[in-house]
Design a protein around this ligand. Sequence first.
Ligand SMILES: Nc1ncnc2c1ncn2[C@@H]1O[C@H](COP(=O)(O)OP(=O)(O)OP(=O)(O)O)[C@@H](O)[C@H]1O
Ligand SMILES: [Mg+2]
Length: 498
Amino acid sequence: MLKTETDKKAEQSDTIANKLTPHQIVKELDKYVIGQDDAKKIVAVALRNRYRRLYAPEDIKNEIMPANILMIGTTGIGKTEIARRLAKIADAPFVKVEASKFTEVGYVGRDVESMVRDLVEQCYSMVKTQKLEEVKTIAAERVEDIILDILIPSVKPSVPAHKVDLQSNSHGEKSIVVTMTEDVPVEKQKENGQSMEDLELNKRTREKFRIKIRNGEMDERKIEIQIQQSVSTGIGVVAPPGVDDMTMMNIQEMIGGMLPKKNKTRLVTIAEAKKILLEEEAAKLIDYDLVKAEAIKKTENSGIIFIDEIDKIANAQGKSGGIDVSREGVQRDLLPIVEGSTVNTKYGAVNTDHILFIAAGAFHVSKPSDLIPELQGRFPIRAELTSLSRSDFYKILKNPKNALTKQYEGLFKSENVKIEFTDEALKLISKLAFEVNEKLENIGARRLSTLMSQLLNEYLFDVPEKIPAESKLMIDEKLVQEKLSILVKDQDLSNYIL
Ligand SMILES: Nc1ncnc2c1ncn2[C@@H]1O[C@H](COP(=O)(O)OP(=O)(O)OP(=O)(O)O)[C@@H](O)[C@H]1O
Ligand SMILES: [Mg+2]
């Protein structure tokens, strides 16, 4: 029954009409990222195109390739942020890798296929979480059964095992059926047997307590439960040369599987028991082969791989030598994956044809055209991000759902202290951030974090001793002036502190 219900739900939501349109995607991105409208539009189209492909006519469906995106722009202006938020919006598995990780002089870095394996890993846990959610109600009932068994001792303690069921006959009358699960001589049954009333009383009590457990009325009470523990090996397996990540993973898993599982008794509150047992019971209800298959499919159709710092593996013109050779090697390694190939993972083979790749780089020293031509061709869509202005900074401080001011407000609020920023204060912080970026190095919006922490750290230190709960802090222009302006003016100081 459960399955058909979830199937139905899946079918209902499985039409393109239920997916976000490009306009809606941009609107969602706007909640977190200020400006960068062109880049947002480009990624929104790319995301929508993936849905469109799935609903395109069969004969062309597999021919439609994702057009991978190359985001270009200086540091700290939202490249990673856009990609990360996009993945959240799409509810898609997402990994971010640094292209430079794959190069180390004199040493071939992590093999490039690992990014696909990481993606599947992520997708697997997404699918698993979703499946766990689906079986939660049934699992919760089972957990209640287990707790009830502990709380209300069985009616027939000496009989090894029995099952009590409430059954209705053809007239709709309910009766209790006790099934013996082990052969017990009839006399013994009688000897230990309880009257029907006892059984029914037991049943009623259990139901009463079930409700109490469910409502949390018993949460404080302590009970002893059995917990399955996998023994940790403590054996680190070091890969001998020539053995790839994949084989290592299998070996690790094999060793883990060979070790005995230990049962441990623990005294916990019912609230804790509910949590621990729910995980165990839910896990028993899941078909893990199905999770694997679904994870592979989802990875192939909606996975997003974000390759950061791709400029670092480009060969700046005119340069050549050891490092550059290895850089080009990484580009060549990347090609088949971006182009579409099959990667073996511990969950099965993954085809990378329709995975969306978004590469990003500042391209200060090198240019996109310094990438090997084949790779350039694999990232046909270019999104250029613009430098952030002073007013962008102001908005970044104030508007995004995860804005710095909101983060600090949350930190203070945890200690019941209220902090407020005047508009003028925020404008001044933005202005100073902009100035420091011009004077020192342009690190984009990241500059705001250093300024804010410089501004507020002392207050955070003083809570709660000097700034007790119920206090209210007002950050105004004058205060920012006092605390930050001097720093900004002093070149030596700002070099180190800001
Ligand atoms: N346009 C923006 N809107 C809102 N916040 C931003 C924006 N740009 C940057 N930020 C903030 O600055 C931080 C750094 O931005 P992000 O990680 O996107 O930089 P990046 O462009 O990927 O830089 P890098 O080239 O160094 O990787 C983000 O966590 C975010 O809080
Ligand atoms: Mg980045």
